[in-house]
Write a protein that binds this ligand. Structure first.
Ligand SMILES: Cc1cc2nc3c(=O)[nH]c(=O)nc-3n(C[C@H](O)[C@H](O)[C@H](O)COP(=O)(O)O)c2cc1C
Length: 262
């Protein structure tokens, strides 16, 4: 049976409208669940960076929440390194703050290609009974080869020794730059030192194999066939642990811990 062109156009339009309604209702109704899952994934990665959850460990969402509850989330002012007690860590959105010119500043040109630095950042503290810092977990991000890598780096109580690193979002090539997710490679960071004698970040992902941390503290094994992603990781760690990132916070905590110890 021959249909008129008008019938065909109306039929195609009706199909498009129905599909658009189905897709957008699914997106809206699943938004809450997606937000919960992405918050859970971040918590999982904070725990992995801190060594409080194994990379391959399968645990329930409740168990992730239980373990995460032992960690204190704190919003800090990046310029002063002071805590921002009036900002609720549970609702603070660092990505949003970074993109809003009213709550962020333009970053100086940097190889990690970080464009803006938020006024505040959400950091995580593992504390001992007396309130001493056992570990601090800091969010880091920066450009690899194809994408921005988002992750966390955990530093020991000395605020210099790496306890762990992990990335929860990137689009580097699986098997090449994607090897940043390889538990074996991530384990190579444990025990390395970040800061050189002049106090600036010196740690570097090299091309090739580094020695053990005690003998070769500032170098981490390269990623075979993925030197550009590896360089990106070095750059982003340098940026966020440097003066334009968490430098002021780390200095403040260092002097506080020294005063406590004295
Ligand atoms: C399809 C394709 C995907 C690639 N993905 C990555 C990547 O994710 N990260 C990376 O550093 N290099 C990637 N490379 C390789 C880079 O172009 C470059 O050759 C490499 O980083 C150099 O590292 P090497 O000196 O260790 O060989 C890719 C290359 C191709 C052809």
């Amino acid at each position: 049976m021959q249909r008129s062109p008008l019938y065909t156009i109306l039929f195609a339009t009706a199909v498009c409208v129905v599909c658009a309604v189905v897709v957008s209702s699914a997106a809206v109704s699943l938004k809450e669940r997606q937000d919960i899952n992405s918050a859970l994934e971040k918590q999982r990665n904070v725990l992995i960076a801190a060594g409080l959850l194994g990379d391959e460990e399968k645990v329930s969402p409740e168990e992730i929440e239980n373990r995460f509850a032992t960690i204190r989330s704190v919003v800090v002012d990046l310029e002063t390194g002071e805590e921002a007690p009036d900002i609720d860590p549970r609702t603070f959105d660092q990505k949003k703050e970074s993109t809003d010119p009213a709550t962020s500043r333009v970053a100086p040109t940097n190889p990690a290609l970080v464009k803006r630095v938020p006024n505040h950042a959400l950091v995580y503290l593992v504390q001992g009974e007396g309130g001493d810092i056992d570990m601090i977990i800091l969010p880091v991000e920066g450009y690899g080869l194809w994408s921005t890598l988002y992750g966390f780096i955990a530093l020991d109580a000395d605020l210099d020794t790496v306890r762990g690193i992990t990335f929860y979002d990137h689009k580097e090539t699986p098997g090449l730059g994607g090897e940043v997710d390889n538990p074996g490679w991530k384990a190579k960071w444990d025990g390395r030192k970040v800061f050189g004698e002049d106090g600036s970040p010196e740690i570097e992902v090299i091309k090739g194999i580094a020695g053990p941390p005690a003998e070769d503290p500032y170098r981490v094994d390269g990623l075979s066939g993925a030197t550009l992603t590896a360089r990106g990781v070095t750059n982003l760690v340098h940026f966020w642990l440097g003066e334009n990132g968490f430098g002021p916070l780390l200095e403040k905590l260092q002097s506080r811990e020294e005063r406590r110890a004295a």
